[in-house]
Design a protein around this ligand. Structure first.
Ligand code: PRT
Ligand code: ZN
Length: 285
């Protein structure tokens, strides 16, 4: 039987989340750090540990069948691969930044400026789409120090919290791209590999959904049930169970993590009590 070759980052910001995702999908990685390849014991997959920059090329050439990496690298490398699923971690953005004391006058500011970056492909695409003529200074790291040492007038770099820009006296002025970790796949997988891949993607979606949702239980007076049901759309309709105490019932439902606090406030206003919120292990629809 064939095995799906999955490339993940060897060591870096994506490694731990990538390993955890596979683990949550029931794929046990037997070997620890220091190896380049390992076999999953209980799933037809081999894992390759690579530098993230190499993953798009290896997937295009089918050295690996699929890979997990940042969208920014996928677009930067511009290889012929499919983006199969967004994974919701390693969220960041590729932005242009200039010294804090300089007044920003709009995209034209960058005309005839020198911009340091390790994302020359995405930057030059942005510049030509906006008719800006600037010089790109390609660096492989420590881009944020370039303006301070006189190497560039601006930078184009990955920003997450913004503290690196802040520490280096820079202000973020334009976001070129929002990025998160994604799964990419080779375009010519045979049927057998596609079958393994669809099994994996099914599990990944279940894990993602469980991370994005919480299970909620609460008690409420029966008279408030309709209003509470409208606050809790749930997967289908909420489960409503009678309580021993007359006139009261218990409601169970699923809420999305992102609007969770707003819903809790609305529920309390509607008369809900004893609210319990529980993480979901797996969510299969
Ligand atoms: O060795 P290898 O080539 O595999 O790894 P790498 O060093 O090229 O990449 P790595 O591990 O640093 O990042 C992998 C991916 O994580 C990136 O391609 C992004 O998709 C994503 N990611 C998420 C980030 C960040 N957040 C991030 N904050 N990548 C880099 N940074 C850096 C950024 O370059 C800057 O120096 O962190 C600094 C900014 O962070 P804040 O929080 O101060 O704004
Ligand atoms: Zn890299």
């Amino acid at each position: 039987m064939k095995r799906l070759r999955i490339a993940i980052q060897k060591s870096g910001r994506l490694s731990e989340n990538s390993r955890n995702l596979l683990k949550e999908c029931g794929i046990k990685l037997t070997n620890g750090a220091g190896v380049l390849k390992t076999s999953a014991g209980n799933f037809p997959a081999d894992i390759l540990f690579l530098r993230d920059d190499d993953i798009p090329r290896y997937v295009e050439q089918q050295v690996a069948d699929i890979g997990i990496l940042g969208e920014n690298v996928v677009y930067e490398k511009n290889m012929d691969v499919d983006i199969l699923e967004k994974l919701g971690f390693a969220n960041c953005r590729l932005s242009l930044a200039i010294p804090r004391e300089v007044e920003f006058t709009g995209p034209d500011y960058f005309n005839n400026k020198r911009i340091a970056t390790s994302h020359p492909g995405l930057l030059s695409e942005y510049l030509s789409a906006n008719n800006i003529s600037a010089r790109i200074e390609k660096l492989s790291g420590s881009v944020e120090i370039a303006p301070g040492i006189g190497l560039a007038d601006a930078i184009c770099d990955i920003v997450s919290s913004g503290s690196t820009l802040d520490t280096n006296g820079l202000q973020e002025v334009i976001t070129i791209l929002n990025s998160q970790a994604v799964i990419i796949g080779n375009k010519n997988l045979d049927d057998e590999k596609r079958a393994i891949l669809s099994k994996l993607l099914f599990r990944i979606k279940a894990v993602k959904r469980s991370n994005e949702n919480k299970y909620i239980l609460l008690n409420a007076p029966k008279s408030a049930v309709d209003q509470i049901c409208s606050i809790l759309p749930g997967i289908k309709s909420p489960t409503v169970l009678p309580l021993a105490e007359k006139g009261w019932c218990s409601l169970h439902s699923v809420v999305r993590e992102d609007d969770f606090w707003e819903r809790i406030d609305l529920l309390r206003k509607a008369g809900a009590e004893g609210i319990l919120v529980i993480p979901i292990e797996k969510m299969i629809l």
